[in-house]
Design a protein around this ligand. Structure first.
Ligand code: MSP
Length: 617
């Protein structure tokens, strides 16, 4: 097996926090991560184009090459938005980060050097007001909400590499340097501005876009009239270059239907925008004018670059850029597309820096058809969902059930039905019943190599086609379709086992017995492949499947996408004791609690999930 290297800052969080419900497997995992990841030191090379070298201080982790040369020398740098810290995270904020983590994990399986960047956007009027409303200083407020994001990312198994806070001093230094470059390029001037401002969007609005009483269509709150003497960025200068970029690099904005929207904005004429605020103290001071602070968006977008700096490095653009810019992919929600696909590229052009390769604008998680959000107060608590159902269930549901790019509604009934059907039944139960039969009839030991067992067998061809389909879907950021392809492997495995009925063949003995033993190997090999192909979506579950198949956690951590090739399981491999890897989520009704036997309740008020039993096998 080749090595998949993952050096993630997130790992340190596993130590800092006390685990609430993690099982023994979890503690083994922490131990192993400690051994494996903390002992590795990245030896920086002058640029990623030279490849990345690692030194392993632990000579016993034999399955990791001491010197890893990534198959693709260029780093795959992807970013989530930097989240506002006006309020704690909700499921809508978690959605982009879960998707980003799945994409990052897939890219690591391809043996790419990956840098997953996330962080918090901490300046501006909205944050200062939220802090004041809480009775805290902006700094204390930001520290506490930023930490809440980190804890949520831990709970959701988000393995990020960089967490940038826009209040970090290295970020501040970079923003000032960037501002000075744009100024030197003649793209900043001073002028008066009067308009309607939405504090929640942190944006002046075009009156044509507003609803009755000048309400913002996104936040349904009235915009306020403001008049300010500000510094402006000459966006209009970049109209032609932006138009050309959008035509020449059509993949720059994805999904493709969002490109039309962006082209429409640009064609309708770009207006210069104000990049400073005289009325806001909580921000980075404008160089040479401490009466104004830099507009929060002009500040925050640069977090994608400052995040690349190591803390010990000189905080300047040159060092940051050489550490991985341009980003391969910005993942964002569709509401902030204009900032990322129009303002940001123009800012980068002005400073003479490369553009990110792609901006992907996903849809909204909605509740009763309305965007779930802090401003509307109709949010879903991700921590609560994780504690009730486990991180795999949350990750799987939102990535499988919401087509990436479109909107999707949440309902608890649908959540439970999907998770039970796909993870507990199709995958979990296939594994459990196959291992049960193997234990009973073959002492949990494989009788034959999976490659030989599958000769002339149609299931192998089906699995090979489906896994290739999954790979292509992951590459195209079609996460739901990737899940579907993997699930189809599980369906095919179940159809195969049901059709072959090995339980009767074992009873017949002789050659029928041998066929049954072979069939179990085929089904288990399909499950091994599922465990790799679904790993980007449900990493915990996949580790459990792999260890049930008799592999160690280190072996699982070393797996790459190449290992989805048929033939990994070999004769003589001993499986672990069959233990359900994913139990059904059972809901208790109040009547049930009172000792009356009933079926599942369908009203939320009556539901009380048996969390532990349901989630942890
Ligand atoms: N701070 C800016 C981003 C700056 S990036 C340099 C911001 N922050 S935010 O916290 O308001 O939103 C962050 C992301 O969460 C956005 O991409 C937004 O689309 C996403 N979501 C917030 N609510 C959402 C849903 N209900 N559904 C899906 N994503 C949503 O904007």
């Amino acid at each position: 097996m080749a090595s998949r290297v993952h050096h993630s800052m997130q790992n340190s969080l596993w130590f800092l926090s006390s685990s609430r419900f993690y099982s023994t497997i979890q503690s083994q995992r922490v131990h192993s991560r400690n051994q494996k990841y903390f002992c590795k030191k990245l030896i920086p090379t002058s640029s990623f184009s030279k490849g990345v070298r690692y030194c392993s201080c632990n000579a016993t982790t034999s399955n990791i090459d001491a010197n890893v040369s990534h198959s693709n020398a260029e780093a795959f740098v992807l970013t989530t938005p930097l989240y506002y810290v006006n309020a704690p995270p909700h499921m809508g904020s978690a959605y982009t980060t879960i998707a980003a983590d799945a994409i990052a994990r897939f890219q690591r399986l391809l043996m790419k050097k990956v840098i997953l960047i996330t962080g918090t956007d901490e300046h501006g009027e909205k944050i200062a007001s939220a802090a004041a409303a809480n009775g805290s200083s902006p700094r204390e407020h930001c520290d506490s909400i930023s930490q809440a994001y980190k804890l949520l990312w831990r709970d959701l198994d988000i393995a990020y590499d960089k967490f940038i806070r826009t209040t970090d001093s290295k970020h501040e230094a970079l923003v000032k340097e960037f501002y000075s470059k744009v100024l030197a390029n003649g793209d900043i001037y001073r002028a008066d501005y009067e308009g309607l401002y939405c504090v929640n969007c942190e944006e002046y609005k075009d009156e044509k876009e507003l609803l009755e009483n000048n309400c913002c269509p996104m936040h349904l709150k009235p915009c306020v009239r403001r008049k300010e003497d500000n510094y402006f960025f000459a966006l209009s200068k970049y109209q032609k270059r932006l138009e050309d970029t959008l035509t020449e690099i059509p993949d720059f904005v994805q999904p493709s239907f969002r490109l039309n929207e962006v082209q429409g904005w640009v064609k309708s004429g770009l207006r210069d925008f104000s990049i400073s605020r005289a009325s806001v103290d909580w921000g980075i001071a404008v160089p040479n004018d401490d009466k104004q602070t830099i507009y929060v968006w002009f500040d925050a977008l640069l977090g994608y670059i400052s995040a690349l700096l190591d803390d010990k490095e000189q905080p300047n653009l040159e060092s940051a850029i050489s550490s991985g810019w341009p980003a391969s992919l910005h993942l964002i929600g569709k509401d902030i597309l204009r900032f990322h696909a129009v303002y940001w590229p123009a800012m980068l052009m002005s400073a003479g820096l490369s553009l990110p390769k792609m901006v992907f604008g996903h849809g909204f998680l909605t509740k009763d058809g309305l965007k779930m959000g802090k401003s509307l107060g109709n949010t879903l608590e991700p921590t609560d969902l994780v504690h009730r159902f486990g991180s795999d269930a949350v990750r799987y549901f939102f990535l499988k059930e919401v087509e990436f790019g479109s909107d999707g509604d949440y309902s608890e009934d649908r959540f439970i039905n999907i998770i039970n059907a796909h993870l507990a039944n199709t995958i979990g139960n296939l594994l459990n019943r196959t291992l049960g039969l193997l234990k009973k009839n073959c002492q949990s030991t494989l009788a034959i190599d999976s490659a030989i067992a599958a000769e002339g067998n149609a299931l192998k061809d089906t699995v090979e086609k489906l896994v290739e389909k999954a790979r292509q879907h992951y590459e195209n950021l079609e996460l739901s379709a990737a899940c579907e392809a993997v699930l189809e492997i599980g369906n095919a495995g179940n159809v195969f086992i049901d059709g072959q009925a090995p339980w009767s063949l074992f009873k017949k003995g002789g050659s029928a017995f041998e066929t049954a033993a072979k069939d179990l190997v085929i089904a288990l090999e399909a499950l091994r492949i599922i465990a790799i192909a679904l790993y980007p979506i449900t990493p915990r579950l996949c580790l459990k499947i792999y260890t049930q198949l008799g592999y160690s956690e280190d072996q699982f951590n070393a797996v790459t996408w190449n290992d989805t090739k048929w033939g990994g399981l070999k004769r003589g491999q001993v499986m672990a004791q069959p233990n359900p890897v994913f139990c059904r989520i059972e809901l208790e009704t109040e009547a049930n609690n009172a000792g009356v036997s009933t079926k599942k309740a369908s009203k939320k008020t009556n539901k009380m999930p048996k969390t532990q039993k349901a989630v942890e096998a």
